[in-house]
Write a protein that binds this ligand. Sequence first.
Ligand SMILES: *[C@@H]1O[C@H](CO)[C@@H](O)[C@H](O)[C@H]1NC(C)=O
Ligand SMILES: *[C@@H]1O[C@H](CO)[C@@H](O)[C@H](O)[C@H]1NC(C)=O
Ligand SMILES: *[C@@H]1O[C@H](CO)[C@@H](O)[C@H](O)[C@H]1NC(C)=O
Ligand SMILES: *[C@@H]1O[C@H](CO)[C@@H](O)[C@H](O)[C@H]1NC(C)=O
Ligand SMILES: *[C@@H]1O[C@H](CO)[C@@H](O)[C@H](O)[C@H]1NC(C)=O
Ligand SMILES: *[C@@H]1O[C@H](CO)[C@@H](O)[C@H](O)[C@H]1NC(C)=O
Ligand SMILES: *[C@@H]1O[C@H](CO)[C@@H](O)[C@H](O)[C@H]1NC(C)=O
Ligand SMILES: *[C@@H]1O[C@H](CO)[C@@H](O)[C@H](O)[C@H]1NC(C)=O
Ligand SMILES: [Zn+2]
Length: 638
Amino acid sequence: MNIQATLSLVLILYFANHIIASDKDVQQYLDEQEKINNFPIKHLGYQQIVDTFYQLEKEYPHYIKVYDAVQQFNNETLPKAYCSENQSPQDLCKFIYAVITNYSDPKHVNFTQSFFSGNFHGDEVVGPNVLTYMAKYILEKPDLNILSKSFIVILPMSNPQGYSNNNREECSLKNGKYNCIDINRDFPYDTSERECFQSVGARIINFIWKKYLFTAAITFHGGMTAIGWPWGSTNHMISRSKGEISPDQNAFYTLGKRMSEIGGQYPNIPKYGYDILNDIVYPVKGSFEDWSYAASWERQIDPSFSSFFPKCQGISEEELYISESTARSLTYLIETTDLKSPGEHTYGTWQQIQRNDKGQGHVTRNIRLTLDFINNLSPSYEVATHKSANYTFYVKWAAEGCHQVSNTKLLVRESDLQSNTANNTYYSLQQLLDDGFKIYQEYTDYQGKVKDITSFKSQIIEFDDPRDRVIDIAIFSECDSFLTEKNSYAKPTIEPQSHFVRSRSNDSYIAENNGFFINSNKYIIKSLGPFQVSNYSLYTEPGTNQTDTSQSKNDYDYLIALFSIITVGALISYCIYKKFDSLGANNISFQELHNEDHQLQQLPKSQQQQQQQNQQKKVYNRDGGVNQYQLSQEEDGL
Ligand SMILES: *[C@@H]1O[C@H](CO)[C@@H](O)[C@H](O)[C@H]1NC(C)=O
Ligand SMILES: *[C@@H]1O[C@H](CO)[C@@H](O)[C@H](O)[C@H]1NC(C)=O
Ligand SMILES: *[C@@H]1O[C@H](CO)[C@@H](O)[C@H](O)[C@H]1NC(C)=O
Ligand SMILES: *[C@@H]1O[C@H](CO)[C@@H](O)[C@H](O)[C@H]1NC(C)=O
Ligand SMILES: *[C@@H]1O[C@H](CO)[C@@H](O)[C@H](O)[C@H]1NC(C)=O
Ligand SMILES: *[C@@H]1O[C@H](CO)[C@@H](O)[C@H](O)[C@H]1NC(C)=O
Ligand SMILES: *[C@@H]1O[C@H](CO)[C@@H](O)[C@H](O)[C@H]1NC(C)=O
Ligand SMILES: *[C@@H]1O[C@H](CO)[C@@H](O)[C@H](O)[C@H]1NC(C)=O
Ligand SMILES: [Zn+2]
């Protein structure tokens, strides 16, 4: 594929276009892009995936590092999984994983870390393709804004042996004996000592999880169409078909619903249903989802839970040990497709990643929703400024990654000095005030929705004394405080436990592992400056007094470019372009939160319809009359 060169060119054109964009230019750009990007996504086999990642590492050494986890882990007790007929050392399956971030930025150790698993079940083939193409996409479009704030760990094939042989379980040799193990029943949670960490895949994942510090994760499967989250284990059932909700239900629900929306639908591709795994899929023992979400805290809450965290036969204390911060992830399981191997003609085309009006593909829509998910883990502001005549200064901004902002303040610091520069790193309102900022305007009633442009009207800072000056501006909001409320239906009935919610509720939150940090996200703060605000004559044509903001769009164009790169879809960008194009004159309408978002305190009664639809599949997959509490590993599970 000689796509890369073409894409880079498109990128350049794209940028060139956006900086001087008019409506016509944008339309033309979209048309050209359509011609170039309308090529189908091809299925990648085991070796192609390995090769693609090493190739990407060669091309983008500052943004991706690729490792073979088996080599790195280097433990002689690991079973041996082979990816070819031969069983020599070089035929061992490569458990490659990739870290994608901006290694040139020293702050990358504090970027939000998320983990993505391609497939625990070898015959569920969508996930590995989603993650391989996603890596390529992120690296070829460094302006997506993902590299500047995210730290992504991708394990494209969690079961390379199964993927290369098209079998569900991981089959490997241990002490001369051949064993096949379901990796997603192999984690030390709600299972027995003989049934955990027996697979290479699960031990590798444990190794990776102890090395990094994940805020969130997605694990891809196939066999039905659903997005699920903990609880998904037999110890959290209420009745035969109803499970308990976790202390982080509000956050799980909010992000899960968002993923379903971004995933979209198409005649043959249904919208994703979303709910707790116990309700929407079925409970299993030893799942990665519940382990990665709860293993760091559930046992401490109630020692009677300890039976759910067994020791694992043949595994040392040291290998089993996880810290307070290892396993507090918002982990989602995505059942991508009713067919485990839906055929590459359903994967989609490259352009559908950006545009959801061009049809949907199983691979492309999952790339789109995953990129959006990653972006929303790290709240940030995008700000545009515009100097204008008559001692005024325009500011407009949008929050990204907060599902709701509150308590917003616009602050200004004014001085006569050119050297007046705001620090880049404020963590609280008090710091801004201490540093000389004054609250210019406060907003109590504006709420926004994540990235549907949590936007604020063109705010005008007006000075009434006619003199030149230098100003810094800062914007402050609280982010997602509604997610942090305790859910009285949760089991156990305690405060949210995930890093995601704790970092949004505690302004001094710090979690640490191995040199990586999660810092508080309770507030989003952005400071900008310095800007010189000069008097009238500087900004108007001699002889006229007209203040025509729509003519002097340079700063807005900057915003337009920004928005084009932070949104995943060109279509979305286009709409935003239109919106911001008229910003100078018009107000933006505010997207109020849907009422249902405020009802999160109740038990999840999400989508009766979807549940009914899924119920049928569930019954089928549940193997008839098997008692849920003692589910055996289904041969044809999901
Ligand atoms: C990362 O966060 C920690 C904890 O807040 C802080 O001490 C450290 O300076 C940060 N590192 C970088 C490079 O910003
Ligand atoms: C990566 O970080 C470097 C250093 O901070 C910066 O110059 C560069 O623009 C960043 N690249 C991206 C894609 O964010
Ligand atoms: C390999 O794993 C086993 C089982 O957990 C452990 O006892 C042993 O110390 C490990 N060896 C190395 C070199 O880490
Ligand atoms: C901002 O930077 C200046 C100059 O380095 C320093 O004096 C001041 O204390 C800093 N303020 C904050 C809030 O960090
Ligand atoms: C700026 O212009 C507006 C409208 O022309 C006027 O009402 C206002 O007094 C002016 N402000 C200053 C500081 O001159
Ligand atoms: C306005 O700007 C002009 C040109 O820079 C300067 O000569 C003049 O003194 C300024 N007037 C005031 C009131 O600052
Ligand atoms: C906030 O986080 C800090 C550091 O992680 C912790 O020590 C403190 O107990 C937390 N506060 C609350 C109220 O949870
Ligand atoms: C422009 O505005 C200034 C100050 O308000 C005024 O003195 C002047 O007459 C105006 N000029 C024109 C051409 O309207
Ligand atoms: Zn599966």
